[in-house]
Design a protein around this ligand. Structure first.
Ligand code: ZN
Length: 194
């Protein structure tokens, strides 16, 4: 239900740094990433040159099941979370190798359409073998819904609901997508659940 914390501090000078800090502090999975943004001139369908922004990135991460997940060397000193399993596993150079390889990625390789993701993956990982999965479109969506918010309200006590109401209306804002759900105070009782 709550895999990710809703609010994460923007901590860092660049988006890349902020994202890296997020993964270190919130996910606590060894993660390495590179992000780049560049402006390109491309010839459009009308034959004219158009300037457009293009962004690219690469993210590598241990799968959560990997036994090396909480290896001490991946955590910064003083950051070993309480209860973390720091496995004593035989050293596998794969992670160190991946980090070193990702460190060689130039901004140009991430934003230049002519390089392409397949060529980049091949350059980086051909010695280990690369398998490319079908691409998935990025969509902006949130799992919140009016029914879910109503169910949360229905689970509150009458007193809590009365306290949340202003002028007979309860307004709940989803902190992920900023959608505001408004309910009539009398429309959120137990009878609505299910
Ligand atoms: Zn939402």
């Amino acid at each position: 239900m709550h895999r990710y914390q809703g609010i994460v501090q923007l901590d860092g000078a660049s988006l890349e740094e902020i994202a890296r800090n997020y993964f270190r502090q919130s996910e606590q999975l060894p993660t390495e990433l590179r992000l780049a943004v560049g402006r390109q001139s491309l010839r459009g369908a009308d034959g004219q040159m158009h300037r457009s922004w293009r962004a690219g990135g690469v993210l590598v991460q241990f799968l959560p099941e990997a036994p090396e997940r909480m290896r001490a060397p991946d955590l910064h000193p003083g950051e070993v979370p309480e209860g973390a399993v720091v496995d004593e596993v035989e050293d596998d150079d794969a992670w160190a190798e991946v980090k070193a390889l990702v460190g060689t990625v130039d901004d140009d390789e991430l934003v230049d359409e002519a390089v392409g993701v397949h060529a980049l993956l091949y350059r980086l990982f051909h010695e280990r073998g690369v398998r490319v999965y079908d691409p998935q479109d990025v969509r902006e969506q949130c799992t919140c819904s009016r029914d879910r918010v109503r169910a949360v309200l229905a689970s509150l006590s009458d007193e809590d609901r009365a306290e949340a109401a202003q002028d007979g209306t309860i307004a709940i804002k989803c902190e992920f997508c900023s959608t505001v759900y408004e309910f009539d105070k009398d429309d959120t009782g137990q009878s609505e659940a299910g």
